[in-house]
Design a protein around this ligand. Structure first.
Ligand SMILES: [Zn+2]
Length: 113
């Protein structure tokens, strides 16, 4: 299953970047931090509603939902209830750097032993 619904909405309504408050396309990570899902979110100026299309990283469920747009944004998989977060990209980069640092530190510690 591939994401297609938001692409159709964009096409059908002839949506251009100036009609859009927010638009993102992310990989979804499961509980183990593995990339195994997909998330696409678009928020249109005309109604301010978040349209979310996703493949749940936990259970593989394909879903589409419309919900209130707020930051930080997250939603629950309708199938398994797994909370899928859509962090700001900057925060995500920060967290990944932190993880890398941690890993490097652990590797160093292991070497010492
Ligand atoms: Zn799920």
């Amino acid at each position: 299953m591939e994401l297609h619904k938001i692409a159709e909405i964009i096409k059908k309504n002839k949506i251009t970047p100036k009609d859009v408050i927010y638009h993102t396309w992310r990989d979804g990570k499961n509980k183990l931090g593995e990339v195994s899902g997909k998330i696409r979110v678009i928020v249109l100026k005309k109604d301010g509603i978040a349209r979310v299309e996703y493949i749940c990283p936990e259970c593989g469920h394909y879903g589409y939902l419309e919900t209130e747009w707020k930051r930080p944004f997250s939603f629950k998989c309708e199938e398994c209830g797994f909370r899928i977060r859509v962090p700001r990209l900057r925060d995500e980069v920060k967290r990944e750097r932190k993880m890398e640092k941690k890993k490097a530190l652990q590797a160093k510690k292991l070497k010492k032993k």
